[in-house]
Design a protein around this ligand. Structure first.
Ligand code: DSN
Length: 424
C-alpha cells in the first residue's frame, strides 16, 4: 500500500487542520461547552477502529472480527459505570442530541408532552424546542427562570406539570450558571408519574469530580456529551438503571443509529480513565474557582451577571443595560482573539441571532493551566473591549496581551505537524 501522509495526500485539509491547531493555541477559548482534549484522547480517536463495522453490542454484533472493538467498548462501559457509579451505560451515541433522541424514542410516543427548560432561559434545543426534532415529534412545554432571582423556577415547574401532565421532565441546561436541584426535580417527577431525564452535558466533568450533586439515583435517564467539562472526544453517553438498559440499547441501535464510531469509543474510554485521576479532580476544582473569580471581577468592573454569579464552569453576562448586543460583543472579542458566544438571556428583548447576553466559560482556559490571576487580567481585557469596541489602539493592545497569555500557557505544541511552516 502506498502510505502517503495527510500532507502529501490532501494539502488543503492538512493546512486547515494546521491552521485550526494554531487558532486553538493562540486564542483564549471561552466557549463554555468547549475544551482541549488530551493528546492521548486525540491519538485514540485517530485509529484504525474507524474501519470497523460493529452494529450491535459487545459479544452480540452483526459483524465478524469484532473481538478488539468489543474490548474497547467493554472498557469504556466499565469505566463510565465506575466513574458515575451507575448500573447501565451506553457509550454509542454519536452526540448529546442523539443520546436525548434515543431516550425519547425508547420511552415516549409521538405527541407525548415533554417539559424542558426554555432555550432562551438557558435550555437546549433538544429539550423540546419547536425547531428541533424534540419539539416536532413531541409536544414541548418549557419552564424558565424566576424573573427576580434568575434561578430555576421550581414553583412554575410544579404548576406546569399539574397543567400539562408531561410524560417526561427534562432537567439540564446549556447556559445556567447555578447548581441544579436534582432532588427537587425527582420529587416533582416522581409525585406526578413523569419520567425524569437529566441532560448533564455541561456539568458532567463537575459531577464526575463530585463538585456538583449527581443525578444518579434521582433521574430515570441521564444523558451527556463527552467533550465539554468531561474533556473527552466529541460524542454522547447515556446512563440509567439496569432495568432500562435493554430498551435504551435498542433505542440507540437499531432505533436511531447504525454502526457505532469505535475509534471515538476508544477515545471515550481514555477520557474516562483520565477523569478518574486526582489531577482531573484538581482541574475541576480550578475550573469552578476560575469561573467565580472571573464572575466577581467582571461584576466589580460594572457588568451584570445573570443570577449574580456562578456555582459552576460558566457565567452569563447580561448586556441589556449596555450599548452593545451579544452579537457585537462576540465579534469585538474575536478581534482580540477571545472566542466566546453570544447567548440569549432570560426575557431577552432581542432575537437569538443578536441577543443581549454573552456566555463565558473557564474549562478550556483551566486546561491550559490558567488560574485566578489570569482570570482577573482577562476580565479587564474583556471590559476594555466591550466598553470601547471601536478603539483600534486598545484592540491592538488587548490582542497583544491575549497573545502573551497564550504563549505563557502553551497547548498542543506537539500537535503542530511542522512548527516552522507558514500557514496561509
Ligand atoms: N451547543 C452546546 C453548547 O454550546 O452549549 C450544547 O450542546
Amino acid at each position: 500500500m502506498d502510505e502517503k501522509t495527510l500532507k502529501q495526500t490532501d494539502i488543503a485539509v492538512y493546512k486547515a487542520i494546521q491552521s485550526e491547531t494554531r487558532r486553538e493555541m493562540d486564542h483564549l477559548v471561552m466557549i463554555a461547552s468547549e475544551n482541549y482534549a488530551s493528546r492521548a484522547v486525540i491519538e485514540a480517536q485517530a485509529n484504525v477502529m474507524t474501519n470497523k463495522y460493529a452494529e450491535g453490542y459487545p459479544a452480540a454484533r452483526y459483524y465478524g472480527g469484532c473481538e478488539f472493538v468489543d474490548e474497547v467498548e467493554e472498557i469504556a462501559i466499565k469505566r463510565a459505570k465506575d466513574l458515575f457509579k451507575v448500573e447501565y451505560v451506553n457509550v454509542q451515541p454519536h452526540s448529546g442530541s442523539q443520546a436525548n433522541m434515543a431516550v425519547y424514542m425508547s420511552f415516549l410516543s409521538p405527541g407525548d408532552v415533554i417539559l424542558g427548560m426554555n432555550l432562551a432561559h438557558g435550555g437546549h434545543l433538544s429539550h423540546g424546542s419547536s425547531v428541533s426534532f424534540s419539539g416536532m415529534l413531541y409536544k414541548g412545554i418549557s419552564y424558565g427562570l424566576n424573573s427576580r432571582t434568575q434561578l430555576i423556577d421550581y414553583d412554575q415547574i410544579n404548576d406546569l406539570v399539574k397543567m400539562h401532565k408531561p410524560k417526561m421532565i427534562i432537567a439540564g441546561a446549556s447556559a445556567y450558571p447555578r447548581q441544579i436541584d436534582f432532588n427537587l426535580f425527582h420529587e416533582i417527577a416522581h409525585s406526578n408519574g413523569a419520567y425524569l431525564m437529566v441532560d448533564m452535558a455541561h456539568i458532567a466533568g463537575l459531577i464526575a469530580a463530585n463538585l456538583h450533586p449527581s443525578p444518579v439515583g434521582k433521574a430515570d435517564f441521564i444523558t451527556s456529551t463527552t467533550h465539554k467539562t468531561l474533556r473527552g472526544p466529541r460524542g454522547g453517553l447515556i446512563l440509567a438503571r439496569k432495568e432500562f438498559g435493554p430498551r435504551l440499547n435498542k433505542g440507540i441501535f437499531p432505533g436511531i443509529q447504525g454502526g457505532p464510531l469505535m475509534h471515538i469509543i476508544a477515545a471515550k474510554a481514555v477520557s474516562f480513565k483520565e477523569a478518574m485521576t486526582q489531577d482531573f479532580i484538581d482541574y475541576q476544582v480550578q475550573v469552578i474557582k476560575n469561573a467565580k473569580v472571573l464572575a466577581d471581577e467582571l461584576m466589580r468592573l460594572g457588568f451584570d451577571l445573570i443570577s449574580g454569579g456562578t456555582d459552576n464552569h460558566l457565567l452569563l453576562v447580561d448586556l441589556s443595560k449596555m450599548a452593545i448586543t451579544g452579537q457585537e460583543a462576540e465579534h469585538a472579542l474575536e478581534q482580540v482573539a477571545i472566542v466566546a458566544n453570544k447567548n440569549s438571556i432570560p426575557f431577552d428583548k432581542r432575537g437569538p441571532r443578536v441577543t443581549s447576553g454573552l456566555r463565558l466559560g473557564t474549562p478550556a482556559l483551566t486546561t491550559r493551566g490558567m488560574k485566578e490571576p489570569e482570570m482577573k487580567i482577562i476580565a479587564s481585557i474583556i471590559k476594555g473591549v466591550i466598553k470601547d469596541p471601536g478603539n483600534q489602539i486598545e484592540l491592538a493592545r488587548a490582542r497583544n496581551k491575549v497573545l502573551e497569555i497564550c504563549e505563557s500557557y502553551p497547548i498542543y505544541q506537539s500537535l503542530m505537524y511542522d512548527k516552522k511552516e507558514n500557514i496561509q
